[in-house]
Ligand binder design. Structure first.
Ligand code: AHR
Length: 501
């Protein structure tokens, strides 16, 4: 058995956790909207056509914000197509995903769905094929009380009260050549600045996310952030980060170490934001919106086949990654990474929420079930609220093909406002148990109340509609604590939630 130690102290604080770190994302892509959240005719659909089983599964995750309507989709999207009488809305070719968009679900419908799911809309504007003018108009439509062209249009469309959307994305991945209307960093920075300025003139209470690079692997990464921030720093509030990992070669040791890269990515973007702040002699701090993160690779080949057969159909079954047990471990570790950086990461969106690289899957006309990655997200969202504590960890390390000095224990501790403490912990070791020696020096007589473990002997094990409980968390007996000390056994390859009260 391996041994690790951890010191936690109430006074070693990283930051208050912004609940929006547990956001998610629904794009008009594949079966996310059509036959995901929306399936009129399904036995469990409500009067608006929304699947109530899906709403229940989303509510259970306690997702405070949902990014919408894209993604790559938004860069060719005309928001006006998605409002007004449904029968009059146009069908459009979506050039991002080679699909036909019918606009049956639009802004009003999605806002209503979000309310039912106990969530709020984070809305992305199109800065690809469109520009500042349309971005201004949609803010007026959504947020202005009335007595102007677009707010009156909203009222005429049946919504007297403004939607009050607080968080807006200034386009999506505008550095990517795959994006409709992609731009150079300077072009984007100027456009984002002008859009941001007039969007805030319409509603000064909104917050804005500017596009960072679409990934740290982009050749322009770094320079993009620097150049575009130079142009729009004063009018934006957050920079976006996007990152997906995969394990196409079956190298679990490297795959589980991917969060070393994620940590570096976050630190680099923070450094660039602060460099621009210094250069501008300003006091304003730009924070981060990690508004696309997940694992994405299982469905890549399948998608190419689907496009060969069914290009331009509606609701193509795209990006339907089936997540296995090791994916749940990495998602746990990605959540730990977001929490570790919660002093600067204020918003994050698990991409995505239903059917498309998602924790929740549905069968059209059939059931709804939780993928493996559902569980660590649910635990973090439920128990990871309050103050993030800096854990001093001494852990054995390993080298993999892609990373060196990887701690086998990846962990974060959260102090809730009621004084209870939750530890999230991944044991990355492929075969050894680890005995974690925990020193809770300043916590008085806290007792361990719960130890939830997620482990499976097969890293490739998955959940399906027929076997939804193949990979699920279980409660194991809690270990005795003595004074401020605890010794906790962590199974090899396990996600652990350890709670004290
Ligand atoms: O989430 C899937 C896609 O990944 C999004 O549309 C895009 O922003 C990213 O490349």
């Amino acid at each position: 058995m391996k041994k690790a130690s951890m010191i936690l102290d109430k006074d070693f604080q990283i930051s208050r956790i912004d609940p929006r770190i547990y956001g998610s994302f629904i794009e008009h892509l594949g079966r996310a909207v059509y036959s995901g959240i929306y399936e009129p005719g399904h036995p469990l659909a409500d009067e608006e056509g929304f699947r109530t089983d899906v709403i229940e599964a989303v509510r259970n995750l306690q997702v405070p914000i949902v990014r919408y309507p894209g993604g790559n989709f938004v860069s060719g999207f005309n928001w006006e197509d998605s409002v007004g009488p449904v029968s009059e809305r146009p069908k459009r070719l979506d050039l991002a995903w080679y699909t036909t968009e019918t606009n049956e679900v639009g802004l009003h419908e999605f806002a209503s769905w979000a309310k039912k799911a106990d969530s709020e809309v984070m809305y992305a504007v199109n800065l690809g094929t469109r520009g500042p003018e349309n971005a201004r108009d949609i803010v007026e439509y959504a947020n202005h009380p009335g007595n102007s062209k677009f707010s009156d249009m909203r009222i005429a469309n049946g919504l007297k009260d403004p939607l009050g959307i607080k968080l807006w994305c200034l386009g999506n991945e505008m550095d990517g050549p795959w994006q409709m209307g992609s731009k150079t960093a300077f072009e984007y920075g100027r456009t984002a600045n002008e859009a941001a300025k007039i969007m805030k003139w319409v509603d000064p209470s909104i917050e804005l996310v500017a596009c960072g690079s679409s990934g740290s692997g982009m050749p322009t990464f770094g320079d993009w952030e620097l150049t575009m921030l130079n142009e729009c720093y004063d009018n934006i509030d957050y920079v976006s980060l996007h990152r997906y990992y995969g394990n196409p070669t079956g190298d679990t040791a490297s795959f589980l170490a991917s969060t070393m890269d994620m940590d570096d990515f976050i630190r680099s973007v923070v450094a660039i934001c602060d460099a621009v702040k210094g250069k501008k002699h300003g006091s304003k701090q730009i924070n981060l919106s990690f508004d696309e993160w997940n694992i994405w690779y299982h469905s890549n080949e399948q998608d190419k086949e689907i496009w060969k057969r069914e290009k331009w159909d509606r609701a193509l079954p795209l990006l339907e990654d089936i997540y296995n047990f090791e994916d749940a471990l990495l998602v746990g570790s990605m959540l730990i990474t977001l929490l570790r950086n919660s002093n600067r990461v204020k918003v994050a969106c698990l991409a995505q929420l239903v059917n498309v690289i998602a924790p929740i899957m549905t069968r059209t006309g059939g059931g709804c079930w939780a993928q493996t990655i559902y569980y660590p997200f649910m635990h973090a969202s439920r128990y990871g609220r309050g103050t993030a504590l800096k854990a001093i960890i001494d852990s054995p390390k390993y080298d993999s093909k892609e990373y060196t000095d990887v701690p086998i224990i990846d962990a974060m501790a959260i102090l809730a406002d009621d004084g209870s403490l939750t530890l999230f912990c991944v044991n990355r070791d492929l075969k050894d148990e680890c005995l974690l020696d925990l020193d809770l020096r300043s916590f008085g007589d806290l007792k361990m109340t719960e130890h939830i473990v997620m482990h499976h002997d097969d890293v490739n094990a998955v959940n399906t509609e027929e076997h939804p409980d193949n990979v699920v968390p279980v409660n194991v007996p809690v270990q005795k604590t003595e004074g401020a000390k605890a010794e906790i056994k962590l199974s090899p390859l396990s996600w652990n939630v350890i709670r004290f009260a």
